[in-house]
Design a protein around this ligand. Sequence first.
Ligand SMILES: Cc1ncc(COP(=O)(O)O)c(C=O)c1O
Length: 388
Amino acid sequence: MLKYVERKQTDSTKWDGLESMFGAEDLMPLWVADMDFKVADCVIERLKEYLELGVLGYYKESEGYKQAFINWEETYHNYKVKKEWIRYSPGVVPAINWFIQLLTEKNDSIIVLTPVYYPFLDAVKNNGRNLIESDLINEEGKYTIDFKDFESKIIENNVKLFILCSPHNPVGRVWKKDELKNLLSICKKHSVKVVSDEIHQDIIIGKNNHIPAATLGDYDSMLVTLTAGTKTFNLASCKNSFVIIPDPQIRKAFDNFVQCIRIPSGNTFGYIAVQSAYEEGRPWLEAVLHQIEENYLYIQEKLHKELPLAEVSPLEGTYLLWINLGKYIKGDETEIFIKEKCKLALDFGAWFGGKRFNNYVRINIATSKENVIKAVEQLIQGIKDTDR
Ligand SMILES: Cc1ncc(COP(=O)(O)O)c(C=O)c1O
């Protein structure tokens, strides 16, 4: 069912954007978070059908689009989303930036749990807000939240907004109910609003269970959720994501904001692709999850055998594997080493919060097993050659 696609010379960011991002073309790319798998047949069929009409005029969102999302959330996440809460955004990252502008003022403090998906950090800084980082606790690759540090930083800096990443990119945690409840109750206690980025909600490995933050109690007046079918179904270029705003006042503010930037809706292809994926794409997703788990287990086992001091964080969710190579490569040499000796293009730890994470790399494993095997061999060989 799952088909690998050769993407070189297709204007793909991951495969064809190597020179501009890494300064070299001859690298095996396992960086930007999309998949090298052909999208579900149902998506291609519906898009084809629409294209064959031969008219690409203005499009009115179909009746079934929001309902498909509502059904998905209820079926797979036990989250009953009301239709009137749902808004459009071209991406989760744009929406994060919008909410920073909507919910905070210039110089206000915004907190994140680091290491974290770097557009969070850029969004805070680019909007002239004060970035507060609470580092996760790392015990031999297993990450947990330092609640004491989180709360004291909120108090010290009069924090107004928390941007939650759930599941967490890059450390692969799927937060447990108690962890989320703790975070939310600390935020509530100190009047901190929460933007919960749940774009990885469907990429859950093994027996882990994603819990939408919004289902945990009475947080409607302080919490918005951002999610999308684009990560789940490999549709990133379709620019279509969901903003869930249960609170009427925040909704009104959001609607006014969107009026002013004139982005009330997106392109036709995004709506059609996402709707069809939610309606018929589940078997495709199951095949993807199976492949991701197989790739993960392979890497874990191979590195355990060949590079036993590499620390692979347990992958509970996302298809992004976080690995500490600090016992083999000096932190400030990781980027050059990985590029020049291993011929790999990976996301580098320092991008996720600064130099203190420079022992780490993040590997995107949503690709063929063959590519994963090749990449891991290049990593092992690069390190072994230098060891000699
Ligand atoms: C946590 C997280 N949020 C958002 C995004 C990107 O979202 P979008 O393409 O909808 O802006 C990614 C992509 O990797 C991500 O990992």
